[in-house]
Design a protein around this ligand. Structure first.
Ligand code: NDP
Length: 297
């Protein structure tokens, strides 16, 4: 079998187009312009690229983009004061603090300072708890994007055996919650899991979020399974260059799977698209519209 390649760029473009249409409708009907504030602390080059892309895509969707760049030496108190200001600002509907933060700043404290209604990353314990207890929540963007990609292959995931490899707060745990919400039978695997290949072989749906290049091998994959590769790993390539690979050995897995996401061009583009969707969602709730009215995700 040769797997269908899931085109994350095309699906993300579709989500962004729906967000742009939702933004235009919200503006037309309520006069509210959704605003996303992104806070970057320090000069990390990868974070600078992410923040620039977020700003560009926010504006392209017709929303207001607000950027706050603070030096790596900024005090925790100063950062918390800025978040307080953004919480009180009626023109700001989403707040994202780019992680990681410098070591002298407690990122848990910073995340908890964000108003849960503006927590478009979905990391605040209130949103984590709401997701876990089946209430409406702002949900982390990468797992949401991964779910949309899985559903682009099979719209009803009910009853599928799903294996999530990785249990981080950012990807693995919320991913498992989302799949449970879809009525999958969910297994969460991690570094202490015994006989991981046997666990993965049971899966109709595999979500790999490990952070290890080409870790999941082709002979772990059940024939016909849907494979969503969240990993982004930079590895050496020919000619002294580097390239990006996922957490799945792509060529091996594509020969067995029913559908698979490539890296790059799979989950990656979905993350910012879902951030924009969360910002629109937060703005709609702020406008007094029903939660989930956006209908993007
Ligand atoms: P973390 O490092 O926080 O978590 C990795 C998880 O993998 C942990 O739960 C760890 O288990 C598990 N793990 C590590 N080694 C093994 C092993 N040998 N066997 C089984 N499980 C193992 O990573 P993240 O969740 O933040 O990210 C995962 C990947 O996704 C990374 O490649 C990252 O770059 C990528 N990513 C991509 C995004 C995107 O936009 N596409 C966004 C966010 C992340 P344990 O808990 O036991 O240590």
């Amino acid at each position: 079998m040769t797997a269908r390649v899931i085109d994350g760029k095309a699906v993300a473009a579709d989500v962004r187009a729906k967000v742009a249409a939702g933004v235009a409708k919200l503006k037309r009907e309520t006069g509210i312009l959704p605003g996303l504030a992104v806070v970057l602390v320090g000069e990390d080059p990868a974070s600078q690229v992410y923040v620039r892309n977020k700003g560009e895509q926010t504006k392209a969707a017709g929303m207001r983009s607000i950027e706050h760049k603070l030096p790596a030496t900024v005090s925790e108190l100063h950062l918390l004061e800025l978040i307080g200001d953004l919480n009180r600002d009626d023109g700001v509907h989403g707040i994202l603090v780019q992680l990681p933060l410098p070591k002298h700043i407690d990122s848990g404290k910073v995340i908890e300072a964000i108003d849960p209604a503006k927590d478009v990353d979905g990391f605040h314990p209130v949103n984590v708890g709401r997701l876990a207890s089946g209430q409406h929540a702002l949900v982390p963007c990468t797992p949401t994007g991964s779910l949309i990609l899985a559903k682009s292959v099979k719209s009803d995931l009910k009853g599928l055996d799903a294996v999530v490899i990785g249990r981080s707060n950012i990807v693995g745990k919320p991913m498992a919650q989302l799949l449970l919400r879809e009525d999958c039978t969910v297994t969460i695997a991690h570094s202490r899991t015994r006989d991981l290949p046997a666990v993965v072989r049971r899966a109709d749906l595999v979500i790999a979020a490990v952070g290890r290049p080409e870790f999941v091998r082709g002979d772990w994959i059940k024939p016909g399974a849907i494979v969503i590769d969240v990993g982004i790993n930079r590895v050496p390539a020919d000619g002294g260059k580097t390239k990006l690979v996922g957490d799945v050995a792509y060529a091996e897995a594509a020969a067995v799977a029913g559908a698979i996401t490539p890296v790059p061009g799979g989950v990656g583009p979905m993350t910012i698209a879902c951030l924009l969707a969360n910002t629109l969602e937060a703005a709609c709730v702020h406008a007094g519209l029903e939660a989930g009215a956006v209908g993007v995700v």
